[in-house]
Write a protein that binds this ligand. Sequence first.
Ligand code: MIG
Length: 786
Amino acid sequence: MLEDSSFAIHPGQKKQMQTPDYKEIGNVLKVVKTESGASVNTESGTLFIKFYRDDIVRFVLNPFGETTLCSSPALITDGEKTEVTVCEKNGQILLSSAKLQVYLEKSPLRITIADPDGRVLVKEGAKGMGFKESKEIICYKEMEPEDHFYGFGEKTGFLDKRGEKMTMWNSDVYAPHNPETDSLYQSIPYFMTLRNGFAHGIFFDNTFKTTFDFRSEETNYSFSAEGGQINYYVLAGPTPKDVLEQYTFLTGRMPIPPKWAIGYHQSRYSYETEQEVRELAKTFIEKGIPLDVIYLDIHYMDGYRVFTFDKERFPNPKQLIKDLKEQGIRIVPIVDPGVKEDPEYYIYQEGIRGDHFCKYIEGNIYFGDVWPGNSAFPDFTSSKVRKWWGEKHRFYSDLGIEGIWNDMNEPAVFNETKTMDVKVMHDNDGDPRTHRELHNIYGLMMGESTYSGMKKQLNGKRPFLLTRAGYSGIQRYAAVWTGDNRSFWEHLQMSIPMVMNLGLSGIPFAGADVGGFAHDSNGELLVRWTQVGAFIPFFRNHSALGFARQEPWSFGEKYEKAIKKYIELRYQWLPHLYSLFAEAHHTGTPVMRPLMMEYPKDENTYNLSDQFMVGDNVIIAPIMQPSVQHRVVYLPEGNWVDYWTEEVFEGGKHHLVKADLNKLPIFIKQGSILVHGSVKRSTAIKDEKLTLHLYYGKSTSSSFKLYEDDGSTFEYEQGNYLRKIFHVKCTKDEISLTISDEGSYKPEWKEIELIVHGAPENFALIINGQEKSLQKKENNWRTVIC
Ligand code: MIG
């Protein structure tokens, strides 16, 4: 109560900046070379320095006991054997790999990390690493005036987190989501620093509550944890894409999603009956609005018991799912972790008999209040429990379900702390740890369980999982939506940097509820939000019970028309987007990118929070204010073409552009390629033909990797895919296009038509060395290229 009153800023409340019991690690006593690094004895325990690759180095130290090289489940690798030399230089110890140099100053211990040219990435100055009596551990690093910070998973506020202080503690926050809301549903203790156009990363793999502080001191930043080891990885960069490749080498990349998962999704808390779901699908079909997924929120269940259907509301789910699938529409049901305490309910019975629920050290089960009432929670830190829970999903897969929605998996509990008692002891496969230590990975482990279970049961088909909570590595199992936003223009604005930073945190498949979850949406907001959603990786319209309905037709014909246009546009762009998802799978580079990722030397991009890129050649500059039809757009170097009018804009400049309600400003870089399919009512309908749009630009070159596979199985892992690589080079009067194929997949489409935009009269088109003729149609030139 007092926290909400002025008492909160009572002069007596002022906290001391420096907690007096902070202790430094102290001096280096001895250094011993190890296989891929060194073991360093310090006054406060052993520091292991281990290279995972030439461009990734890990530092681990436990000031309270023996240091171990154990990792959290975020890690998918123990690293590659790396050639490292250790020597003494000017009184310092130097460890070097081909790409990184680690200098240790001995008294007191101070670490400096540089590249082979001496460019400093990470440096400890007045302060280094330390700890407190409370078992808190903390690392200080120097902060340069030029530094900008990105990543941190799911955070409110703008793109660049300089000046912020952020806590990682998975939290169910219904409201508010505003600039001072700190912890949300995800904990990604990782960030990227951009300094003078060069990037490097730090992944602080500690599952306790962690804090990243870029606010309290002028020349240092810090990252700290309530417990556990000092345990972080430095990623060398030097480009933002390199950092993501390095981070996802450690924590994994997203699988290629089933194609249906990147279509348009419609949700509501809740579509409550079979009848309502059928009518919803029918309306989409009648109105010709494309749709791939309908969600079932908590009302489908029998008394909120997971792995059940309410027999009255959903008398025949199997038939419903079958009928909808024939229309190209899939059903994704919600599955929460809480299992109702009910001795007559089979999941509860199995959970008790199999000893699958979280317990106190004394042996009593932890119960918490969630939707079904008093509930027990599966202990997902145990592989035995994950297997059991995963297998339970046969209930859904037998009904024809291929996607699952995990909510409340922070875990959320209806009590003062909003979560499980931190004293609960997780089994952790025989290495028991408190909930305080493992809270942040509960959602990740539930994701592993659900994804693996579904994958097994789908006989080679790709499952889809949507999750609210997660920790580093969650991208291996799930797409992430940003939880309970509201139908506020401010939340539309906030979703752009939030989803961009998720992408910069290794989670490319993310999105916010289109239209806003709580509060009443309105026609104009829903149109503008759908325009954004169409280009955001995860595209779902969702809204809460008790608020205005939010289906595309909810606000009248004028708005419906505009909304339909942008859902259709999503489908037209799917081959392009799918190719970018494949790139995310292979390299970790996100689909939706901040401009700084492509233009890291351009300061104008560093905190650009209201524009984004799709791939490396498309800029989306949405309108995100009511009654506004103009906005400023920043275009970086090069020339840019308005997607709708083909007007050319010079880069390196700000422009004022007009965009009435029907227009989402989209700019394509001159010299680059876009691939389109056709508008369709669901991804179940295959493209017969693709269109390759080439935007001529004098003295430019670019490339695009068109990716295609069956869209539904894991055969791509065996090489059954097609990657068509297009290289374009434009000179004054010539466009040369080279096309090469990789992989064995034979696509459904039989033809690619090339449309050249903005070329000079009488240009020559050379494809793989051969001149090819074109036909002029309106202002463009066309020809079939394969
Ligand atoms: O406490 O299942 O964020 O998307 O509709 C609310 C009901 C629980 C929160 C999710 C929201 C979902 C809702 N859930």
